[in-house]
Design a protein around this ligand. Structure first.
Ligand code: ATP
Length: 693
């Protein structure tokens, strides 16, 4: 068996001119990853959820081996552990402890290898609601660099046709039916041409004909493109069932059967469960394995019988193949990924489209800010004149103008939380990185923040409320800095929790604390000592102080008649000259200490930008960590090509191994097994089961 490895990225890297799909779309076996023949092996995969008394063993010693060109269909009743198995194999089984050995071409599966060579389509679809199906595929093709730019539209058209999406190609994803969204997810995966593809319930939501066609396409793609496909499936029709080549039936987290589909009927017959004629075998086997609705003892019998009889038990192997056989390529090749700037460019283009189309997150907020502030301007209509008895009302106009729009950042928490879930999926599949997402978003949201500032202040402040034009420039920047703080805070809370409601609550808390400690509800000197910290770290005090300065100091106020009931009442020195705003501000400072008759706008703007940057930094770190989050499988034992017979060379993003044929011919009967633990001195476990599915 030839085990050549294309270790030079230039051999297959699309960036160097290779076309992954050829001009007619899928159908060219020149694979992006450069791996022509691969094998996925998983051995004794276990998953334990919870700890101590609450510990629950969800997967027990599930093993399998799938080579390129084959589709392994995992079936089982609801709750059998199919999704948990897929999550464990895709390093996504958080909330528990996965263990076992999972290798691709003999190399333990890592996040880096996964991002480059694998793809997972999750059970629940997640697309960009404001992009059409075609646009989603075009952006994905660009990000995956599947071919030269000029070939991409033809490739996308081809895959749209093969997935039966022609009718909805130009429909926005938000309006796709469940089945169409499912097919779009599969199309995205096939576009990448991964070495290893996981599909969790690819046929859910599809009618029988669509399910049959999709499964046919999946089987065809696996063969033609030499992909390993592992999918879970619920109750397939007889036609779909017969279309699989390899099958694993699970129940209660264990195997009931694993092998060729053709062997399933004889196997069940041999253990006393002949499939009745004219019965869908899938349905029949699933009924047998369903512990919820059939006799639990009967299910236990099935599980134990398979444990004893399965072809791999006792070191013999199914079809002469075992965990240890290496008919696939050895090692995992490397290829040049999309460059940072190219990825940034594509992300920015995509996000610009989303900003324009998504009415909630951006333009909708501009409109809402404008309308809300026009409302407040009319509520405080009397405060538009520069009379001293209106000074207090002017302060409240300033506060409401900023208070309502910053409170609306709660909407951003919700929308960004949803957006981030899409990014996490794309990052998992190696389409984007968290860092480029943050950078692209920053570049695009900064102009939006300035626009929002103009929307909120322009007509309501400088037209209706007649704010002095002299202070306009600084006031816009100050306001934009305040919005920047809340945008950054909303970004941070949007990713802090999976549940957007928790993030929204935290933003409300932040806003409320900022309001309370802004220095206008309770003056700084009256705050009880430990609470004063909030006056300094929250944004409202900086904003209100400088906004008051920019609004009052440049104006001239009418003189105040003696005896007028007013917080501030200064008489003009020269009749008809009025009272300078700075004098009014100085007098107001004695009543409302947050006011200051000193120009601190630049300083306060910079402090606000600093607070915003601090949250931006937290957000960036959070995005990077969350998009790299991996539920590492605790490698109980890995058959190693790194043992004495083979040397493995692990470098960043590239794992290469060279075969030593001479030593391999002396392979011991029991596989030479080492583990990562063994590598650090723990005893290696020797496998006693070998099975090919
Ligand atoms: N973190 C967890 N804590 C406790 N129980 C869990 C956890 N994750 C999964 N389970 C349980 O493990 C079992 C297997 O769940 P899993 O989602 O893998 O089943 P499934 O075969 O994919 O089911 P379905 O076909 O309905 O999607 C279920 O009983 C589920 O309730």
């Amino acid at each position: 068996m030839s085990k050549l490895i294309a270790s030079d990225p230039s051999i297959t890297s699309p960036t160097t001119g290779g076309s992954a799909h050829g001009s007619t779309g899928l159908g060219n076996s020149s694979r992006r990853s450069g791996m022509e023949s691969s094998v996925l092996r998983f051995k004794n995969v276990n998953f334990v959820a919870g700890k101590g008394k609450n510990e629950k063993h969800i997967l027990r010693d599930v093993s399998g081996r799938v080579s390129w060109g084959h589709v392994l269909a995992i079936m089982g009743p609801s709750g059998a552990g199919k999704t948990t198995l897929i999550s464990s194999l895709t390093l996504d089984a958080h909330y528990g402890t996965p263990s076992g050995a999972v290798t691709l071409n003999g190399v333990p599966l890592t996040d880096n290898i996964f991002k480059k060579h694998c793809y997972v389509v999750k059970q629940h679809d997640k697309h960009w609601p404001y992009l059409t199906a075609r646009e989603s595929l075009l952006y994905a093709a660009d990000l995956f660099e599947v071919a030269d730019k000029s070939d991409i539209p033809a490739i996308v058209d081809d895959i749209i046709h093969k997935m039966g999406l022609d009718i909805c190609a130009d429909t926005r994803c938000a309006r796709l039916s469940g089945g169409q969204a499912r097919r779009l997810s599969i199309a995205m995966a096939l576009l990448k041409q991964p070495t290893l593809l996981f599909l969790d319930e690819p046929t859910s939501g599809l009618d029988a004909a669509a399910a049959e066609n999709i499964m046919k396409e999946i089987v065809r793609v696996a063969k033609d493109e030499r992909i390993i496909i592992v999918c879970t499936i619920h109750q397939p029709s007889t036609k779909v069932y017969n279309g699989f080549d390899q099958l694993m039936i699970m129940s209660k987290g264990r195997e009931v059967f694993a092998g060729d589909v053709a062997d399933s009927i004889p196997y069940f017959e041999s253990i006393g469960h002949p499939c009745p004629p004219d019965t869908n075998p899938a349905e029949y086997f699933l009924d047998l394995a369903n512990a919820d609705f059939s006799d639990d003892k009967a299910v236990e019998y099935l599980l134990d019988t398979w444990e004893e009889r399965k072809p791999g038990a006792g070191h013999s192997s199914h079809h002469g193949k075992s965990w240890d056989d290496d008919d696939g390529q050895e090692g995992v090749t490397s290829y040049a990924g999309t460059s940072f700037f190219k990825e940034m460019g594509i992300m920015m283009k995509r996000h610009a489209t989303l900003i324009i189309r998504d009415p909630i997150l951006y333009l909708g907020r501009c409109a809402a800010g404008l309308l809300a502030n026009i409302f407040f301007a009319f509520v405080y209509w009397n405060a538009r004149v520069y009379e001293q008895e209106q000074v207090l009302n002017k302060m409240w106009v300033i506060i409401w103008f900023s208070g309502v729009i910053t409170n609306m950042a709660v909407v951003a928490v919700y929308a960004l939380n949803d957006e981030f879930k899409s990014i996490v999926r794309e990052a998992k599949n190696g389409m984007v990185t968290g860092f480029t997402y943050v950078m692209a978003k920053n570049v695009l949201t900064l102009p939006f923040i300035l626009l929002l500032s103009v929307c909120c202040l322009g007509i309501p402040g400088f037209v209706i409320m007649d704010f002095p034009a002299e202070g306009a420039k600084m006031y816009f920047f100050l306001f934009a800095a305040m919005l920047f703080v809340f945008e950054s805070v909303s970004e941070f809370f949007s990713i802090l929790f999976d549940d957007p409601i928790l993030g929204m609550l935290q933003l409300m808390n932040f806003w409320f604390a900022s309001f309370l400690f802004g220095g206008f509800v309770i003056p700084l000197d009256d705050m009880y000592y430990p609470w004063t910290i909030f006056y300094y770290i929250m944004p409202f005090s900086y904003f209100v102080r400088s906004a008051l300065y920019e609004t009052l100091s440049h104006a001239t106020f009418a003189t105040c008649e003696v005896g007028t009931q007013s917080a501030v009442c200064i008489q003009e020195e020269t009749p008809g000259a009025g009272v300078p705003g700075i004098e009014v501000l100085r007098a107001f400072e004695r009543v409302m200490p947050i006011a200051e008759a000193e120009d601190n706008t630049v300083r306060d703007t910079l402090i606000l930008i600093g607070i915003g940057l601090a949250f931006k930094l937290l957000y960036t770190v959070g995005v990077i960590l969350k998009t790299r989050r991996v539920a590492k499988i605790q490698q109980t034992a890995v058959h190693s090509y790194t043992s004495s017979s083979k040397k493995s060379n692990v470098s960043s993003g590239s794992i290469k191994s060279k075969k030593n044929v001479a030593t391999r011919t002396q392979k011991p009967m029991i596989p030479d097994v080492v583990s990562s633990q063994a590598a650090v001195g723990l005893p290696a476990e020797v496998y006693s089961q070998e099975i090919e599915v």
